[in-house]
Design a protein around this ligand. Sequence first.
Ligand code: NAP
Length: 248
Amino acid sequence: MKLLENKVALVTGASRGIGQAIAIKFAEHGASVAFTYLSSEEKAKALEEKLAGLGVKAKGYKCDAADYKATEQLAADVIKEFGTIDICVNNAGISRDNLLLRLTSEQWDDVMHANLKSVYNLTKQVIRPMMKSRSGSIINLSSIVGVKGNGGQSAYAASKAGIIGFTKSIAQEIGSRNIRCNAIAPGFIETDMTHFLQDSGAEKWFEKIPLGRIGKPEDVANAALFLASDMSTYISGQVLNVCGGMAT
Ligand code: NAP
């Protein structure tokens, strides 16, 4: 059964990793997919072709999610091309991990802009078309680190905790318009972002995961599919931990 037929989804940061898995999962379930990337031009082109091969309308847009004006233009372009936006996945993000004593002001600002301001930017753009159609699902990628904290990741954790506060507030603000807003908090997922962790002392991380394995991007994509679809029409303002049991 296809869960997203006749829906238009916008996924930020889909050239790699979790965003790419979400874009593919949504397309497999019949959604038209607009997605963004920052610099991975070739990977974006390849994804566009893969999604089209799944029989849906798909287009990649180069857009810095941290840039308000650029996201304003993006939303206008997507609506012109696709007609509306039913689902928005705020996935684009970066990590700049460092102990606080070494964490620079620039690193702090980079993380806050790419991870948190981006979520404000895109959510602000998509709620108008969603209000017009009196329905919508916004899904924000937080992190288990935003729920629990983690030494050496204060900026990243703060940005991801900020996403949770934002998600819960927006859910209250726009719930009456039948627009839902939820967050996903992944644990340790195998992507470019975590490669350096996997190389250095992965065993110490695995010990903390009750399910005994690192997560796959598809594990997160399945959760996103649930929150995007009508399977979750009475769920809003929640944080879904996809972490192999790490947060229990
Ligand atoms: P990733 O493999 O590093 O991919 C990041 C994606 O975001 C890329 O497509 C990148 O585009 C894009 N991006 C980065 N900054 C952007 C910006 N300013 N504007 C637009 N696109 C931007 O990361 P990932 O592991 O898939 O993570 C995806 C999300 O899940 C992030 O929000 C991350 O914090 C969160 N998360 C990941 C994990 C994990 O273990 N991997 C755990 C918890 C939460 P380019 O390819 O063009 O650079």
